[in-house]
Design a binder for this molecule. Structure first.
Ligand SMILES: [Zn+2]
Length: 327
């Protein structure tokens, strides 16, 4: 049973908007593209595991994706996939890395060779063991009697060539490919023989963990040391991507491709929300959509029937959910 489903990380959407709206020659663009590729690969890796997870009997296993917990409200730890059963808890750390991958126990590192370039990553086994250590502390603090906790690193890229440099037992036991998932789960079930929890106990643990989940909130500008001046403003053409579109008699007109749209501003409001947050004033709308007239802006905001707070010039509109046209 999936208790916490896999969702596309909001970070991907934020990075995509940043990539779209950063000036094309901006010095941070490469760094943002790299982070976007890394985050998207991680999400795709987890997504590819859904197929194998679907073979676990629903009534026996509870699955939580991307669980972010804290013990002291200062340090947070994130678990890619947590599988709860009556016998054991299994933490999965998912890695979607391509190329020739060498696990080196001497220096606790993962070396990736791709297109003749070598790159070093942290040891994923150390990572997942650290998550186990923190989960034990978390469960102790919540006074939840723990089950045995097992850990696995799942390498989801089927074309990656995996090498265990020192033939280390640690890597043999803790690193697997996606297709081994069911075999491993069965192995752990056999290992612990008798159930420790009832299904009712298990539901309680799952509920408590779900309640403890704290979504990651981060300011994308702080992350890359940017400010609002680095961003291209205006409504983008949904046909050719040019900007800023001109507002002509109630529609948005693109001088580049002659496309006109009544709703092109909706995407712009979504971009604003991902970059700056969920509230916007008339003045901020004029600035971001590049409209000079307060009354035109008022009409656009009113047409969207957004919840609002305040009066007159201080009115703030809430950009909730995915911004849609109300009519
Ligand atoms: Zn266009």
């Amino acid at each position: 049973m999936i208790i916490k489903p896999l969702e596309e990380p909001v970070k991907i959407q934020k990075l995509e908007v940043l990539k779209k709206r950063l000036f094309p020659t901006h010095v941070k663009l490469k760094e943002i593209e790299k982070e976007l590729a890394k985050t998207t690969a991680g999400y795709k890796g987890e997504k590819s595991l859904l197929y194998y997870l679907s073979f676990l009997p629903e009534e026996e296993y509870m699955i939580l994706h991307d669980l972010r917990l804290t013990i002291d409200n200062r340090n947070y730890f994130q678990i890619d996939i947590l599988i709860l059963s009556q016998y054991f808890i299994l933490i999965l750390e998912v890695k979607n890395i391509s190329g020739k991958i060498t696990f080196d126990e001497t220096y606790h590192q993962l070396i990736r060779q791709f297109n003749d370039v070598e790159e070093v990553f942290p040891d994923p086994v150390l990572q997942v063991n650290h998550q186990k250590y923190q989960l034990i502390r978390y469960l102790n603090k919540k006074k939840i009697v723990s089950l045995p906790i097992e850990t696995q690193v799942v390498m989801t890229n089927n074309s990656a060539l995996l090498r265990n440099q020192n033939n280390s037992r640690k890597y043999l036991d803790t690193i697997m490919r996606s297709s081994e998932l069911i075999t491993k789960v069965e192995y752990y079930k056999q290992k612990y023989k008798a159930p420790i929890f009832t299904i009712k106990d298990l539901r309680k643990v799952a509920k408590s963990l779900l309640k403890g989940h704290i979504p990651s909130e981060f300011n994308i500008f702080h992350l890359f040391e940017l400010n609002s001046n680095d961003i291209c403003k205006g409504v983008f053409c949904t046909n050719c991507g040019c900007y800023p579109l001109q507002r002509v008699r109630g529609t948005w007109y693109c001088g580049e491709c002659n496309f006109s749209s009544r709703n092109a501003h909706l995407e712009t409001f979504n971009d604003y929300k991902l970059l700056f947050g969920t509230t916007i004033t008339n003045k901020q709308t004029r600035d971001f959509l590049q409209i000079s007239s307060p009354s035109t802006t008022y009409k656009i905001l009113a047409s969207m029937k957004l919840p609002q707070i305040g009066h007159g010039k201080s009115t703030s509109y809430y950009l909730l959910g995915s911004v849609k046209l109300c009519c």
